[in-house]
Design a protein around this ligand. Structure first.
Ligand code: NAP
Length: 352
């Protein structure tokens, strides 16, 4: 028996789509991802990129406050993140908490969840066919793809070691945290993201080093000029980060740079944070080219202001289709749009 809607992905777009489709009595099935070492290393575990962040201060509706009683009441005991955290209770919601709350909200309306990865889809037949990592075969009348994107890192072991302890790929998410205030910080990259993030971080840091592997930025002229004119920013041209330096007590304490023109030349910078701004990769490999994408591999929305894709009955929400805004709130918004587009498509086809 075919499902009416399968939602692939469990970030804000996936859960928003699940909340809307379950409230529309479509009994959605969410395939939230598998808990595997491979997914851990890639940053693609269930609950998405937000589950890898700390405090989320820009999601509307969650001002800082003591959330403990609410979390204990709303969530199953085993799924309350940071239950024993010995920290200031007056704080913003964390990424993992926000995602658990969204998941719970979807379950409360009857959403079913499988903790599995979709490894293969066949969009050439209808109902669509899906195969999961555990070997299960599923069919669905419609699909909402909300698999998100993952930040690119350089791939250093030391980056992995200090993730959430000074290593981040999102200045807007993490920049205002205490550990990044009144200290020097490092941003790697030469695109618009590196420009935006470095300028943003100067609000908090004493100094921001932008480390770029060439002698010219890829970024748009206006953003590059703003960066170069910022007195708190120093650009380290023709340089790559060779190693993130740190220790168990303090997390990141600096970086070691290596020159790209003279490999024997190294330099150490003191910094309490290291931000990778070298692009993102959409999690769309499992689609194997069956949906039209942009030149960067993001799923293409084929109707203006709608979430339809190049295959009828397949909708996309969140970062897998958006390399521009990439915020939790915009992902939730396009997830909601995908659910409404999907519901209307099913009704128009007489599948409701
Ligand atoms: P991007 O334009 O692809 O730039 C990535 C940067 O990282 C490049 O400078 C690249 O160096 C560098 N890089 C990549 N791999 C690296 C590696 N292994 N080691 C060292 N450096 C590496 O990505 P983005 O900056 O995230 O921008 C993505 C898109 O979003 C762009 O279209 C951008 O215009 C847009 N965006 C717009 C805004 C805005 O308008 N406000 C803000 C952010 C992003 P090379 O230059 O040498 O290749």
């Amino acid at each position: 028996m075919a499902e009416r809607v399968i939602i692939i992905g469990s970030g804000p777009a996936g859960w928003a789509a699940a909340i809307y489709t379950s409230r529309a009595s479509l009994e959605p099935l969410v395939i939230e991802g598998a808990v595997t070492e491979d997914n851990r290393l890639k940053g693609t575990l269930p609950l998405g990129q937000l589950a890898l962040t700390t405090e989320v201060e820009n999601y509307p509706g969650f001002p800082a406050g003591d959330m403990r009683a609410f979390l204990d009441d709303a969530l199953e005991p085993a799924r309350v993140p940071y239950r024993h955290a010995n920290e200031d209770p007056h704080r913003a919601v964390t990424g993992p908490e926000l995602m658990e709350l969204m998941r719970r909200q979807a379950l409360n309306f009857g959403t079913r969840v499988k903790t599995d990865d979709v490894v293969h889809v066949d969009l050439s037949q209808h109902p669509f066919r899906l195969k999961t990592l555990s070997g299960e075969e599923l069919q669905s009348l419609s699909l909402i793809v909300a698999t998100g994107a993952r930040a690119n890192y350089l791939g250093l072991e030391s980056e992995e070691q200090f993730k959430n302890r000074g290593v981040s790929a999102c200045a807007v998410c993490d920049g205002a945290l205490p550990r990044f205030r009144n200290r020097p910080l490092v941003v790697v990259g030469g695109g618009d993201s590196a420009m935006e993030e470095s300028n943003y971080l100067t609000k908090f840091a004493t100094r921001v080093y932008v480390v770029h592997r060439r002698d010219a930025f890829r970024a748009s002229k206006i953003m590059a000029e703003r960066t170069l004119a910022n007195p708190k920013i120093e650009v380290k041209w023709n340089s790559v980060v060779d190693e993130v330096l740190g220790n168990d007590e303090h997390g990141v304490t600096g970086v070691r740079l290596r020159s790209t023109v003279d490999a024997a030349k190294t330099e150490e910078l003191e910094a309490s944070g290291y931000f990778a701004a070298i692009g993102h990769t959409p999690n769309a490999d499992f689609l194997r080219g069956q949906l039209e994408t942009t030149e960067k591999g993001y799923i293409r929305w084929t109707k203006p202001f709608r979430t339809h894709t190049s295959v009828e009955g397949v909708f996309a929400g969140g970062d897998v289709a958006d390399d521009y805004y990439r915020q939790a709130v915009t992902a939730a918004g396009t997830g909601c749009m995908a659910a409404l587009d999907c519901e209307r498509w099913l009704a128009a086809k007489g599948f409701d």
